[in-house]
Design a binder for this molecule. Structure first.
Ligand code: SF4
Length: 86
């Protein structure tokens, strides 16, 4: 199951996770034009290979494995996926 970025990212958008991800599954990055128009970063569930590298890189503990997302933040599973629905 993919990893998910949750609400603590909204006050940070640190971007360390982007650098940690080996498959470029986290967007928008700081150098992308849409960075300024989103409250947080998102993980593409179809690209994520579940390596777990992003979670410890996050300074605000916003990233969880899909099955470990806290109950109060379950909506972020869909919020992340929705960002990549085309
Ligand atoms: S778990 Fe690995 S592949 Fe998935 S978003 Fe995090 S760093 Fe990228």
């Amino acid at each position: 199951m993919p990893y998910v970025i949750t609400s603590p990212c909204e006050s940070s958008r640190d971007g360390s996770c982007v650098d940690a991800c080996p498959v470029d599954a986290i967007h928008p990055s700081e150098d992308e034009a849409e960075f300024g128009s989103h409250p947080q970063l998102y993980i593409d569930p179809l690209t994520c290979i579940e390596c777990g590298a992003c979670a410890p890189a996050c300074p605000v503990n916003a990233i969880f494995a899909h099955q470990e997302v806290p109950a109060s933040m379950q909506s972020y599973i869909e919020i992340n996926a929705a960002h990549y629905q085309r």
